[in-house]
Design a protein around this ligand. Structure first.
Ligand SMILES: Nc1ncnc2c1ncn2[C@@H]1O[C@H](COP(=O)(O)OP(=O)(O)O)[C@@H](O)[C@H]1O
Ligand SMILES: [Mg+2]
Length: 584
């Protein structure tokens, strides 16, 4: 119910057309209903008494009714189409707008594949159901009621035939539909799997190829789509019973109607014209019943889609700016006061435990630790990509939760570990950091980030087109562009999360030196796998399983910290850095 409410809200400016559609449908039905009635008049008053004038009069009336019914039907169809496409557009906008407000933890809840499916397949399903409903929800019941009323008026006793036929049809359809719906629901769950496998394999097609997994993935996909095929066939087989059941009901009624009707005519209870019109009404009644049953199928098929869409629209961003935000970041001082953090709040699975760190403004801090030790999690708290579970994180002496979020994220620039470039030129991408940056500014930032040399080698220089996801530049080039993009913000705090991992050691060292000159007053936090990258830092944080196990200068850590000494030892002995000279 909540689901439907959420979706109905999205009808918005299409309310008018949505409401007009049923009105025109109703008019269409009324016209259709009168046609058999006029037919009866032609037969009884015109043909039987041989009155040509009556035949022409009622004939003209019938053509008018047919024409009106056609016109109303056309208008209803047109309005239904524009209402449903408009509705779908609104739903799409609503999802997109809401996804933009999501925090990182909101995004963690939905997979990218899931979000894309919701914005495409699911919306199409709902749009189709909406359009069908607009037309049929009014049409079928109205048609049925009007036809029944007409029949009862003509002959109450003959109408009993329909009652029997309808009960039979209702029971048979219910059995058929419930069993088919069960299968359809299962199919849609399988669809999700299929979509996910498409998303994953197509977007990671390079990896699939690199590992020569094409055959395996293809056969996996073939199996998944084969499963869906089988289930669909099974469902359709059951639905195929619809027709014979329907035919049985229709022809059964016709036969009994002819037999009983003939008797009535002989007695004089019924005219020939009336009997003819009853034949039309019996068809209408049973057809409407059929349509009602189709609505149920459509609805049950789209309920899952509706729920999935409503889920995204109703998701509330769990991180937002406070009502009265602080609008200035004083300096780049960072304090962690006894911070605990878990990705699922309150789950107790702490990723960071009792972090208590105090970093002075302008310091350069290195962070080192094994994968999964919580390095990325730690720095993501500084720009408030996630909120802490307990304790607090302060920037410039103020709790990050008290800042305006946009301001905070402009002053705390993060080059994420999983960074991306967007489709557009290099300049477009750089200007994500600062919208109105001049070419000189961009060049300076690229200089500092070690990106200017390779950009100069591109024929189009700064206007080189970057493909979606940055697939046409190497990993190291991408990293350097991402650093330049962050530098353009001239932030008070710069965080590099493993941002030079694909850059060779010499370039890495050059970038670090350039950063010192480019943004001297900025607090720099450098996460790295290589001790080389952090050993010149003012202080180094050693993380292990979500705890700070060391925080000191390189020389002191070597003497006092076993874990640090071990990492250093492993990386310097045995011929030095393994990726030396890995320029790309
Ligand atoms: N988005 C996430 N949702 C849930 N758990 C996560 C998420 N990101 C990381 N984790 C978990 O948190 C722990 C620390 O991860 P992370 O901070 O990325 O480590 P590091 O950067 O040191 O490799 C890991 O156990 C990881 O599985
Ligand atoms: Mg990480």
């Amino acid at each position: 119910m909540q689901t439907i409410k959420t979706l109905i809200k999205q009808v918005k400016q299409y309310k008018k057309v949505t409401l007009i559609t049923p009105i025109f449908t109703a008019l269409e039905v009324l016209m259709e209903i009168t046609i058999p009635f006029i037919m009866a008049q032609i037969i009884d008053k015109g043909i039987q008494s041989g009155d040509m004038g009556q035949v022409l009069f009622y004939g003209a009336l019938m053509i008018l009714a047919a024409f009106l019914s056609l016109t109303f039907g056309f208008l209803a169809g047109k309005f239904a189409a524009s209402a449903s496409t408009g509705f779908a557009a609104n739903v799409r906008d609503a999802i997109f707008a809401n996804v933009q407000t999501f925090s990182f933890s909101n995004i963690d809840k939905f997979s990218t594949a899931g979000l894309v499916t919701r914005m495409t397949t699911d919306i199409t399903n709902v749009q189709m159901a909406f359009q069908m409903c607009l037309r049929i929800v009014v049409r079928a019941p109205l048609m049925m009621i009007c036809s029944i009323v007409m029949c009862v008026i003509i002959s109450p006793s003959l109408s009993m035939i329909f009652v029997v036929a309808m009960i039979f049809l209702a029971i048979a359809l219910t059995i058929i539909l419930t069993s088919a719906t069960k299968i359809f629901n299962a199919v849609f769950e399988k669809y999700d799997d299929l979509n996910e496998s498409v998303q994953e394999n197509v977007s990671a097609i390079r990896v699939v190829k690199a590992y020569v997994r094409e055959k395996y993935e293809t056969s996996k996909f073939h199996q998944a789509s084969g499963n869906i095929y089988k289930m669909f066939v099974k469902a359709e087989k059951i639905l195929a019973f619809n027709n014979p059941v329907m035919m049985l009901a229709v022809y059964g009624s016709m036969l009994s109607l002819s037999w009983l009707g003939a008797k009535h005519i002989v007695i004089g209870n019924l005219t020939t014209g009336e009997l003819t019109s009853m034949f039309s009404y019996v068809m209408s009644i049973l057809m409407s019943l059929m349509m009602v049953s189709m609505i149920f199928v459509m609805m049950s098929m789209s309920v899952a889609s509706m729920r999935r869409i409503a889920e995204v629209i109703n998701e509330k961003p769990d991180i937002h700016s406070p009502d009265d935000p602080v609008m200035e970041v004083k300096d780049g001082q960072i304090d962690f006061d006894h911070v605990d953090f878990a990705y699922k709040h309150g789950s107790g699975e702490l990723v960071l435990k009792d972090i208590d760190l105090h970093i002075k403004s302008g310091e350069t801090i290195g962070i080192i630790g094994g994968t999964g030790s919580g390095k990325s999690s730690l720095v993501n708290l500084i720009s408030r990509l996630y909120d802490v579970d307990s304790g607090c994180v302060k920037v410039g002496g103020v709790d990050v939760r008290d800042y305006d979020m946009e301001l905070l994220r402009n002053e705390v620039a993060v080059v994420l570990q999983k960074n991306v470039l967007f489709s557009g030129t290099i300049l477009d991408n750089l200007r994500w950091g600062k919208e109105d940056a001049s070419l000189e500014e961009c060049q300076k930032a690229c200089e500092a980030a070690g990106a200017s040399e390779f950009i100069a080698k591109f024929p189009d220089g700064y206007n080189t087109w970057i493909e979606q996801g940055g697939t046409n530049v190497s990993g190291g080039q991408k990293q350097r562009l991402c650093i330049a993009r962050a530098l353009l913000k001239h932030p008070k705090i710069l965080i590099l999360d493993d941002s030079t991992s694909a850059v060779d050691t010499a370039t890495d060292a050059r970038i670090r030196k350039a950063l010192k000159e480019y943004i001297p007053g900025t607090t720099k936090i450098i996460i790295a796998q290589r001790v080389n990258s952090v050993m010149e830092a003012d202080r180094i944080i050693v993380l292990d399983e979500g705890k700070v196990v060391g925080f000191d200068k390189h020389d002191n850590l070597l003497k006092t910290n076993a874990i640090y000494a071990e990492i250093y030892e492993a990386q310097t002995s045995g011929g030095g850095d393994f990726d030396e000279g890995g320029e790309d």
